[in-house]
Design a protein around this ligand. Sequence first.
Ligand SMILES: NC(=O)c1ccc[n+]([C@@H]2O[C@H](COP(=O)([O-])OP(=O)(O)OC[C@H]3O[C@@H](n4cnc5c(N)ncnc54)[C@H](O)[C@@H]3O)[C@@H](O)[C@H]2O)c1
Length: 348
Amino acid sequence: VATSTGGYDVTVGDGVFADVLASGTHDVVIADAYFGDRFHAGAPVIPVEASEANKTLAYAEGILVAMQALGVDRGSHLLAVGGGVVQDLATFAASLYMRGVAWTYVPTTLMAMADSCIGGKSSINAGGIKNLVGNIYPPDAVLIDPEIGRTLSEEATVAGLAEAVKICFCRGNDALAGHLQCYRAWSDGTASMAPLLLQVLDTKRWFIEIDEFDRRERRLLNFGHTFGHAIEVATGYRVSHGVAVAVGMLCAVRYGGATGRTGDSAVLVDHCRSLLARVPGLAGHLSQADLERFASAFAADKKHGADGFRLILPAAGGGVEEVREPDRQWALAVAVEAVTAVSEELRG
Ligand SMILES: NC(=O)c1ccc[n+]([C@@H]2O[C@H](COP(=O)([O-])OP(=O)(O)OC[C@H]3O[C@@H](n4cnc5c(N)ncnc54)[C@H](O)[C@@H]3O)[C@@H](O)[C@H]2O)c1
């Protein structure tokens, strides 16, 4: 992945995690506490309880202070092992500690393997607002070992697959078709997860190389996220991020239809519905969603502008486009209608 600061390699392969642990090139490890003693780190470990509640400035400060107590200096190398929560905290901590230390990232959830591990973003919650604070500080290397994902729950697998199809849908019909081909081969056991991951990451690479700092094309990857973040908030984070994004994509499609836009999304809708049918308890969580909290989170999304809401919706002919909705009150009412209808549909 080329970046303004040089770029980094992404390696996908069984055993790459064991190899980096054995290499001894790291001085400190920030790891998801889930792994506990499941691997021998070969360096001091700062465990992170991977919950949304811990993605805060105060928790990040705790990590920075722990790094100092362990003697980490400017020349040290940090290894981060975990999903998106660990990645967000590790990116933030690595970028700030002594104005930045080198780091390597080993993603452990499918969401992180297929999506967040490239792009270099950190997102920290503040004042109860999700992902309000953040920066961009790419790792020196990303090592993806699909074997690590074998212990993931069905929900976590669906969450990763949802972000994966989102990226490919945003790029257009060819990328979507390529993705669904990889997905089918993986589902029926004729291929491993590696080709799917490579196809998705290569698709995402286009967005982050052409727009590293999230000003134009990369913003399109927020498809499903204005709705998705608000669904996470409205369900008290009982619906996980990637699953909320899949529900959010269905809401965005419905919103687009209700506002007279003719995006081409039938294939995506079928795929999202079949993924979401595998998530235990989803219907119950959606039925308990607090629509007032949904509306305020939707309206507070940081992607909106002073001149109205900014939404990413399916575009005619494939892919997505950013639209501006100057009449916020009207748009909010349509958004609430969309999430209500999608929730009812998913509850069967
Ligand atoms: N920085 C970015 O670019 C970016 C992009 C998308 C999402 N995010 C953020 O990522 C977070 C969600 O991350 P996530 O979906 O990767 O999950 P996560 O990091 O929240 O982890 C979810 C759960 O899975 C467990 N887990 C992790 N790896 C496991 C494994 N291999 N086997 C079994 N359990 C495992 C964790 O302990 C945790 O309980 C959200 O906060 C979201 O905002 C960041």
